[in-house]
Design a protein around this ligand. Structure first.
Ligand code: GCO
Ligand code: MG
Length: 444
């Protein structure tokens, strides 16, 4: 036998050995696993659908996942207020047939294969659809285990979720009154804004309108009046409401990076709890420059969809609060990984929690808030009665703390027939254009 035959023989022998070992023993091991888990009958997904409703005029989207166990279903938030209908299509036309018949037990596996089922990924529409499926599976898992989801994540690190509320006004006196009212309600953290984002009411040079550029409904926003007005606002609130209250502010990416750095440095004497969205996601490269120039804590993330947007900011310690919108990053399964990564760099949570998150999504925020050590602060909820009737068990507020409904899963349900009574508004939900005096579009 020559050398080549010998090697071939060895190779074939080895291959046969491996193959011979694998199928038989591997199948035997799988059989053992199935026997070991026989107590829990395998649960399969039998239905996935998007439910849209607008009890507060904001477009909410929730995904309902039904299972092979009669009556056992889960809910997940998939709310993308500005593009709701593409999310509905992503759920009903694509995710539903993909997920039906698959195991409802293996959440991470289903998340991973659904994530790549579109090949192109990490965008807002598909991430929201994925979040709806993911959060619904966590809801089901909690109901099956007869535990609130935070218990599945390791139990509580705090008795309730501390929150911040929004205060704003057109004038300093109005803002002060709003802050005093919030303090009386027990809030210890207050976001202060002078009018809308970028204080457009302080702008008066809408030259583009005189020139017939853009649309009459486009809003003008000048940089310096906003910067000066914000500094005045912090000074006034500190002078009138004291130094104990924690003050937050959202720049909402309305000014250029160097203007944002200048503003934040000017606010340092007023001790902001955090300044949010100093830059657009496209200007992520400025965070290091900001970090080198000020100790003001920074929050960023509500506009993020792609892991490359948050990973570096966390691992390079360039922000203090990670503020992703959990359904925009793909659901609880992603947010808990972000929280775990962030803990090692002492970056704390401040999940996005505005009106355009469903009560299911707010519950997911709160369950994760309860279970992680590196909790920072949570944007508070402000549901009207209609919303609470559509979503029984929605989180509640008391003395500035958010409380969840201590029930299996998220503790939030949906009354589908009532939800149908609050259809989406006709208007598609565009974010209206904001322009500089010369008409240049401002990133909102
Ligand atoms: C916040 C956000 C919101 C967003 C809104 C966009 O900090 O809560 O900036 O106000 O503007 O969620 O739809
Ligand atoms: Mg914001």
């Amino acid at each position: 036998m020559d050398r080549r035959d010998a090697l071939k023989g060895l190779g074939l022998g080895t291959a046969a050995g491996i193959l011979g070992f694998m199928p038989q023993d591997h199948r035997a091991m799988a059989q053992t696993y199935a026997e070991a888990t026989r107590g829990l009958p395998p649960l399969t997904i039998t239905g996935v659908k998007a439910i849209v409703t607008a009890p507060q005029g904001i477009r909410l989207c929730v995904v309902k996942v039904e299972t092979s166990e009669p009556g056992l279903y889960g809910l997940g938030c998939a709310t993308f207020n500005q593009r709701t209908l593409p999310v509905v299509s992503a759920v009903d036309t694509y995710l539903a047939p993909f997920a039906k018949g698959r195991s409802a037990d293996n959440i991470e596996d289903l998340w991973q294969i659904a994530y790549t089922s579109s090949y192109w990924r990490n965008g807002p529409v598909l991430n929201n659809a994925l979040s709806g499926l993911d959060q619904a599976l966590w809801d089901i898992r909690g109901k099956r285990a007869n535990m609130p989801v935070y218990q599945l994540l390791g139990g509580k690190c705090r008795f309730a979720v501390d929150t911040y509320t929004h205060c704003s006004g057109q004038t300093l006196t109005q803002i002060e009154a709003s802050v005093r009212s919030a303090m009386q309600k027990g809030f210890r953290h207050i976001r202060i804004q002078r009018g809308g984002y970028g204080s457009p009411q302080l702008s008066n040079q809408a030259y583009f309108k005189d020139a017939g550029f853009g649309s009459a409904s486009d809003q003008v926003m000048q940089v310096q009046p906003y910067i000066q007005g914000t500094i005045e606002m912090f000074e006034h609130v500190r002078n009138t409401c004291g130094n104990e209250i924690e003050l937050l502010h959202d720049i909402h990416e309305r000014i250029g990076p160097m203007d944002a750095i200048r503003l934040i440095k000017a606010l340092e004497p007023y001790r902001p709890f955090f300044i949010e969205d100093p830059f657009s996601p496209e200007d992520i490269g400025y965070f290091r420059m900001l970090r080198d120039q000020t100790s003001v804590p920074i929050a960023m993330g509500e506009l993020y969809n792609n892991p490359h947007e948050w990973t570096g900011l966390i691992t390079e310690r360039l922000i203090d609060f990670i503020r992703v919108h959990i359904s925009q990053v793909g659901g609880l399964s992603v947010a808990r990984k972000i929280a775990t990564l962030a803990e090692w760099f002492n970056v704390r949570s401040a999940w996005h929690g505005p009106g355009d998150v469903s009560p299911v999504g707010h519950a997911a925020n709160a369950h994760l808030d309860l279970a992680i050590w590196n909790f920072g602060i949570q944007e508070s909820v402000n549901f009207n009665n209609r919303t609470r009737e559509v979503f029984p068990g929605a989180p509640t507020m008391k003395d500035g703390f958010m409380h969840i409904n201590e029930a299996p899963g998220w503790g939030v349900d949906i009354d589908e027939s009532l939800a149908a009574k609050f259809p989406l508004p006709e208007h598609p939900g565009y974010w209206n254009p904001v322009r500089r005096p010369d008409g240049t579009a401002v990133r909102p």
